[in-house]
Design a protein around this ligand. Structure first.
Ligand code: NAI
Length: 221
């Protein structure tokens, strides 16, 4: 049986992939775990432990081959395959995601966008027209769509997820603020940008507290 990889390790892989992609673009051929550690602000031992989950990715001592590591991590993340993706909800967020080209470079092909608002139907977003929801299920089947992005209000997200699953999507990238109830063979990734913002707020708080604690007290002078 294959070894179960922890969610924490999987959660770090996209960041490794991003840094290695940048190194590759800069023409760097080899990198040691110490150098990678310095660049990424994680310990070298963490990097080695993470990579050991996948057999270590080759030689230590004189470093990792950047191209090989980049390709291997990309393949673990499934980025060597193409995915057809539709967006449900052509509002602010849906349009912003549709306009972000970088996903296509990674193999996520933006194929369709759907909305219940008929005023939006026929509007073109990066060459793709907004379609009515009534066409969604047939579109999923005919276009081999495997991923749906949910950028609609939470009130209708659960029922819409049900229709997507029925049509055959394999994964939902869920931006609606509600938990979806889908069968075990359908993958869901919930995204809450506010989580990231709250972490930032925590860091401001912590910094303020630490600098206050470190500052010399006026009455002690
Ligand atoms: P928006 O109001 O600009 O767009 C929502 C779109 O969904 C509208 O065009 C509307 O006609 C459409 N829609 C509503 N019900 C639908 C249904 N059943 N089927 C298909 N289309 C439907 O809203 P915005 O700013 O784009 O946000 C969309 C959702 O994403 C909201 O629920 C918001 O709370 C959430 N959101 C989540 C974030 C996150 O980090 N998870 C960040 C920003 C927004």
């Amino acid at each position: 049986m294959e070894k179960e990889i922890s969610q924490a390790v999987i959660g770090r892989l996209p960041r490794y992939f991003r840094f290695l992609g940048e190194l590759k673009d800069q023409g760097v051929e080899r990198i040691s775990s110490q150098e990678l550690s310095r660049l990424m602000h994680v310990t070298a031992s963490q990097i080695r432990q993470d990579f050991n989950n996948f057999g270590g990715f080759g030689q230590q001592g004189y470093g990792y081959n950047v191209e090989y590591l980049y390709t291997a991590i990309g393949s673990i993340l499934g980025l060597d395959k193409k995915h057809h993706l539709i967006i449900i909800g052509a509002g602010n967020l849906g349009q912003a995601l549709a306009n972000y080209m970088n996903f296509e470079r990674r193999g996520f092909i933006f194929t369709g966008i759907f909305d219940i608002n008929e005023k939006l139907h026929g509007r073109m977003i990066r060459g793709i027209q907004v379609r009515p929801m009534e066409e969604m299920q047939a579109f999923v089947r005919e276009n081999d769509v495997d991923i749906a992005v949910l950028t609609i209000p939470k009130e209708s997200a659960v029922s819409t997820a049900g229709k997507l699953v029925e049509a055959g999507v394999r994964a939902i990238w869920n931006f609606a603020h509600v938990d979806l109830d889908v069968p075990a063979d359908v993958q869901v990734e919930n995204v809450h940008l506010s989580d990231s913002l709250f972490r930032l707020s925590y860091m401001i708080n912590r910094y303020d507290q630490e600098t206050k604690a470190a500052a010399p007290k006026k009455d002690s002078q």
